[in-house]
Design a protein. Structure first.
Length: 328
């Protein structure tokens, strides 16, 4: 059931992308604002209470509806519920339009339009960013978005679906990522500032929930790319930054397609601003920057191929697991 639910959700999302102004996402935003306003009192346990109240009801709703449908209606309707939830939580089209716009602008030689596309996507000033840096940033943000919108969702959906919880894993992963990102802002919509305790709780929870999915995504990229270089980059980065989930994905990506990464997506976190690093042969390595060729437009096509090959590997793995469970 998991395989077909994922397949139908991906096909539906490609045929009819989910609008950004959809009622589900609007409801989630309203719910998180309400929870924060009522439970963010600035103490550590208040941060965890607010995080739990924002995330757990959504997860229980997804699992509860699935369980009731399976028990009282039947598996076909339960699978439709899985498809509906995955349609909301899973998909490339939630971010790929930014990638496509920037890639097309770069390929046509319109660097101004490419910088404008990057600025609109990341809400930053990109007017002075060189062409190679635009490409590098697009690669980094696209790979991380693919992980957060696709591969991480697939991982937790598959794990909890195997335990009979339906789409609860997909909701848990996307909600944890959303809370970490949304509550990282010091102030939201002119309201009172988000407390440091709440920001820390949401960030810590996201780091824990994303630890294994991030490494599964990195492993998938290594398997469909240049395996040895991807694993070497992953190993070197983990040695110096063991808790940096995003860095693991980017290091594996850099090795898989032989591109130098390390823009703001990898270095913006304060914990990466450290002294120069020396590897086992005493060769200097700039902190947070991977080895490889300078980013070029051709690497954008390599990234697309890397991601889609990884999707195929994931789907084959899920199909085999579903078949084994059915036969068992």
């Amino acid at each position: 059931m998991s395989f077909f639910a994922i397949l139908f959700a991906l096909l539906l999302e490609q045929a009819r992308p989910l609008s950004r102004a959809n009622p589900v996402h609007a409801g989630i935003r309203a719910w998180t604002v309400t929870v924060r306003q009522n439970f963010d009192a600035g103490r550590e346990h208040h941060g965890w209470v607010a995080w739990g109240l924002a995330l757990v009801p959504a997860v229980l709703l997804a699992a509860g509806v699935y369980w009731l449908l399976m028990r009282w209606v039947g598996w076909p309707i339960a699978m439709l519920w899985n498809v509906l939830v995955l349609y909301v939580t899973l998909g490339f089209r939630q971010f790929s339009h930014h990638f496509t716009r920037i890639r097309d602008a770069l390929e046509s030689g319109d660097e101004t339009a490419a910088r404008e596309g990057l600025a609109q996507w990341r809400q930053v000033d990109a007017s002075e960013v060189p062409r190679s840096e635009v490409v590098r940033h697009v690669i980094e943000y696209s790979v991380l978005s693919a992980h957060r919108h696709v591969f991480g969702v697939l991982f937790w959906f598959t794990v909890l679906a195997a335990l009979g919880l339906g789409p609860a894993g997909a909701v848990m992963f996307r909600m944890a990522e959303y809370l970490s990102r949304y509550w990282s802002r010091n102030s939201i919509g002119g309201a009172a500032p988000v407390s440091e305790r709440l920001q820390a709780s949401a960030k810590q929870a996201w780091t824990v929930l994303d630890w294994l999915p991030a490494r599964m995504t990195a492993l998938g990229f290594a398997m469909v790319g240049s395996f040895e270089e991807a694993i070497d980059g992953w190993r070197f980065h983990t040695k110096h930054f063991p808790n940096d989930n995003d860095g693991v994905i980017l290091a594996a990506t850099a090795g898989a397609i032989n591109v130098r990464l390390g823009g703001s997506a990898l270095k913006m976190r304060e914990e990466l601003q450290v002294a120069p690093i020396y590897d086992d042969e005493d060769t200097w390595q700039e902190p947070g920057v991977t080895p490889g060729r300078e980013a070029e437009t051709s690497h954008l096509r390599s990234v697309v191929g890397l991601v889609w090959r990884s999707v195929v590997v994931w789907m084959l793995l899920i199909a085999l697991l579903s078949l084994a469970r059915l036969l068992g």
